[in-house]
Design a protein around this ligand. Structure first.
Ligand SMILES: Cc1cc2nc3c(=O)[nH]c(=O)nc-3n(C[C@H](O)[C@H](O)[C@H](O)COP(=O)(O)OP(=O)(O)OC[C@H]3O[C@@H](n4cnc5c(N)ncnc54)[C@H](O)[C@@H]3O)c2cc1C
Length: 131
């Protein structure tokens, strides 16, 4: 206990430690991760997560709420995948399997409709970002 007391007995130490703690809190609040380290896999996927991190950071800096992409497009589906509890975890790339499904039996038509729906969601997100 005595060494700890001695450490905090100096006003200078308290100020340095206080600043360091404040810095770490601010860092944690404004720290965003992107790319392979988050669990996405691939060039496009990593670039996408970097773009999302940039958007979130900019919005946070400007006091705006985060925009969460829909799970009907790959941005949202991959974000949900890496944030969810997956055991054992496997890095994931963009694929139809992670998108919210559609009740259409013809596979080719199903993929076409899913892609169309995803593009619609991206348009909605773009419009929301423009506000
Ligand atoms: C052999 C191989 C083949 C692949 N082929 C494909 C493919 O064909 N298509 C595809 O889509 N994906 C492919 N991938 C996956 C793809 O490379 C990654 O998913 C993607 O590059 C991840 O991007 P990133 O920016 O998250 O990380 P990285 O591209 O790994 O970038 C991280 C960067 O951080 C740097 N760095 C690390 N530590 C520090 C540090 N302490 N300080 C400063 N800098 C640091 C590294 O040097 C690196 O430049 C392949 C991966 C491998 C290994």
């Amino acid at each position: 206990m005595a060494p700890l007391f001695r450490l905090f007995s100096s006003w200078h130490t308290v100020r340095v430690l206080g600043s360091a703690i404040l810095f770490l809190i601010l860092l944690a609040a404004y720290l965003f991760f992107a790319g392979q380290i988050t669990g996405v896999e691939g060039y496009v996927e990593s670039a996408m997560s970097g773009m999302l991190a940039g958007i979130h950071y900019w919005r946070k800096l400007h006091g705006k709420p985060p925009i969460v992409p829909s799970e009907a497009c790959v941005m949202g589906a991959l974000s949900r995948y890496v944030a969810a509890e997956n055991k054992p975890f496997q890095p994931m790339n963009a694929n139809y399997g992670i998108l919210r499904g559609l009740d259409v039996s013809d596979k080719k038509e199903k993929k076409r409709l899913m892609a169309e729906r995803a593009l619609g969601e991206i348009d909605l997100m773009r419009a929301a970002l423009a506000k």
